[in-house]
Design a protein around this ligand. Structure first.
Ligand code: PEP
Ligand code: MG
Length: 600
């Protein structure tokens, strides 16, 4: 009764609690900035006869200011994320250069005596609607760009803050319905200290992108962004998935304290960066990182990574708004290879499709895109695209630290076809006298259950396996990884997944090939000892997770890992596995403030 009363009082005072999926650990307490996506409607307003010229001038000045903003953002993005991300602003700047459209807007103002805001909104909303109506993703993305540009100009016209995110000038928590790959560039990693989104499961690309920033984040909150106002005080608990809106004074105090404890814990891990990931009885493990953008390679080094276990090259599409050519790809691959040299880099061929339908390829509208036309399936139907990528990767292999990996293999024939094309390109290189590493290792993602089941067969034809638990879990359990509705069913702890991992590792060991895990599970501290005990030789996840995973490995013996794995493999349900590991690891590592959720 009393607690009901307290809850009622809290609600009246605006204190509310929400539960989502924790996807990037840590605690953040700050005011919210809400990422606006909708273009607010502007109603028709007349101006006095004869004032049209002044109105046009007002519009031109707003456009000029918008251009200046965009150019500033471009250089800021260049400094933080490199050229690929910076180029995204070119698409926005191009919209401002579209003379016929802006001439039409000015003409509307002069001939109909309407306000600049309305003339601008009417024209750009019309353009955006036409683009959105197309069934092709590239046009829908463009529609979003047009709306963004329109909103920016409107904000300059009426003096509102120009950008909900870029204008941020103090520590803030970003709240958004969802994040697009291009959104990461708006985020100033110095100021955005937490991210909360309505959409996304733990391994959706929204979640992966927030982890790139290494800030606490929670996803899958359904319609949270509609319930929060810019300026609301928020607590984001990236360890438990709890969000508190307008916390009480007591909660505020408790979480600010936790926030600083967490930060000092992370700082204390900096000593571990340069130490080897080796158990107390001398068993070495490779702790690598997954990257999306070439410039992230620096973060791998800073965090003490042993290499890049997965370079998701499909993000290069962001730069071009289309397919990058051989030279453009080569520049990015060699950059990563040189930053990491002599540490190894695994370059994965494009994995487009699924939730990553990038511009430049006409992706069909599919009702099941994750199981549709994506990754190697696209490559084998477009061998020229694959050849171009192979050439760029081979050219970047001159330091002998680059390997190549194929995504979404489900059948041995696909692997054989991909390898055939790869060998043809190698033969061309020999004939053309181009230098490359002719011992380059070729591997596959084990992310479709058919491959895990037949791992002993695949192991004969590749140099390494990289187990992609993000997809392996969704396909094995039939749970869409990006669907927040069923996110509670997405369980990497499921015994079926653990048995598939073990089966794959055993097959790799009996053929003497290298085996790693590169899904998000690899960075979950709860899973570290278990995966090592199962015989996994490499763990690769977001760079920010490296230090903690290393610390866990350096505190345990391989014998302990094996015993733990042995015990866990006897459990029947995912909750048995998860509950046991949570208890075990919490007790074993009582001083670690980061315990990760059960879905990644
Ligand atoms: C995976 O499926 O586990 C993986 C690492 O690849 P992606 O997340 O890019 O699908
Ligand atoms: Mg995958």
């Amino acid at each position: 009764m009393r607690s009901d009363f307290r809850r009622f009082k809290d609600i009246m005072a605006g204190h509310k609690t929400f539960q989502g999926l924790p996807v990037s650990p840590g605690i953040a307490v700050a005011n919210a900035v809400v990422l606006e996506r909708e273009l607010r409607k502007v109603n028709r307003q007349q101006i006095r006869e004869g004032t049209g010229e002044l109105e046009v001038e007002r519009l031109r000045q707003a456009i000029q200011k918008t251009r200046r903003d965009l150019e500033n953002h471009r250089s800021k993005a260049m400094a933080s994320f490199g050229e690929i991300v910076a180029k995204i602003f070119d698409a926005h700047l191009l919209i401002l250069d579209d003379e016929p459209t802006f001439d039409q807007i000015e003409e509307g103002i002069l001939t109909e005596n309407i306000k600049a805001e309305y003339a601008l909104f009417r024209e750009l909303d019309h353009v955006a609607r036409n683009l959105s109506a197309q069934q092709v993703d590239i046009f829908r993305d463009r529609a979003q760009d047009v709306r963004d540009v329109c909103r920016r100009i409107l904000n300059h016209l009426d003096g509102s803050p120009t950008d909900s995110m870029v204008g941020v000038d103090k520590y803030s928590i970003l709240v958004a319905a969802e994040l697009n790959p291009s959104d990461i560039l708006h985020l100033d990693p110095e100021l955005i200290i937490g991210v909360v989104t309505d959409a996304g499961g733990a391994t959706s690309h929204t979640a992966i992108l927030t982890r790139i920033l290494g800030v606490p984040s929670v996803v899958g909150l359904r319609n949270f962004s509609k319930q929060v106002k810019a300026g609301d005080l928020l607590v984001v608990n990236g360890n438990s998935g709890k969000i508190i809106q307008n916390p009480t004074a007591k909660q505020f105090e408790k979480y600010t304290k936790k926030q600083s404890q967490y930060r000092s814990y992370m700082r204390s891990l900096s000593d571990i960066h340069q130490l080897e990931a080796q158990t107390t009885d001398g068993h070495s493990v490779t702790i690598a990182a997954n990257i999306e953008l070439p410039d992230e390679a620096h973060r791998v080094i800073e965090n003490g990574g042993d290499g890049v276990g997965l370079f998701r090259t499909e993000y290069l599409f962001l730069a071009k708004g289309g397919l990058p050519d051989e030279e453009e790809q080569y520049r990015e691959y060699i950059k990563v290879a040189e930053i990491l040299n002599p540490k190894p880099v695994i370059i994965r061929t494009f994995d487009m499709g699924g939730d990553k339908a990038f511009p430049g390829i006409d992706f069909p509208h599919e009702s099941n895109p994750f199981m549709g036309w994506r990754a190697i399936r696209v490559g084998l139907e477009k061998p020229e695209m694959l050849r171009t990528q192979f050439r760029a990767i081979l050219r970047a292999s001159i330091h002998k630290n680059v390997s190549i990996m194929f995504p979404m293999i489900s059948d041995l024939n696909e692997l054989q076809l991909a390898k055939e094309i790869f060998h043809e390109v190698q033969a061309d290189f020999k004939q053309e006298g181009i230098a490359f590493d002719d011992k380059m290792k070729v591997g596959i993602m084990v992310e479709v259950p058919s491959v895990a089941v037949m791992a002993h067969q695949f192991a004969k034809y590749v140099d390494f396996f990289s187990i992609g638990t993000n997809d392996l879990v969704q396909f094995t359990l039939a749970v869409d990884r990006g669907n927040e509705q069923i996110a509670h069913l997405y369980k990497p702890w499921h015994p079926a997944i653990l048995h598939l991992i073990k089966h794959t590792v055993d097959a790799a060991n009996s053929e003497g090939i290298h085996v790693g895990v590169c899904g998000e599970f690899a960075g979950n501290p709860l899973a570290t000892l278990l995966l090592i005990g199962l015989g996994v030789q490499e763990l690769s996840s977001s760079p920010s997770r490296i230090p903690q995973v290393k610390k866990i490995i350096r505190s345990a013996s391989f014998e302990e890992c094996e015993n733990l794995a042995h015990k866990v493999m006897d459990f029947d349900t995912s909750s048995d596995v998860y509950d046991f590991l949570l208890r075990y690891m919490k007790k074993r590592f009582a001083d670690m403030p980061i315990w990760f959720g059960n879905n990644s």
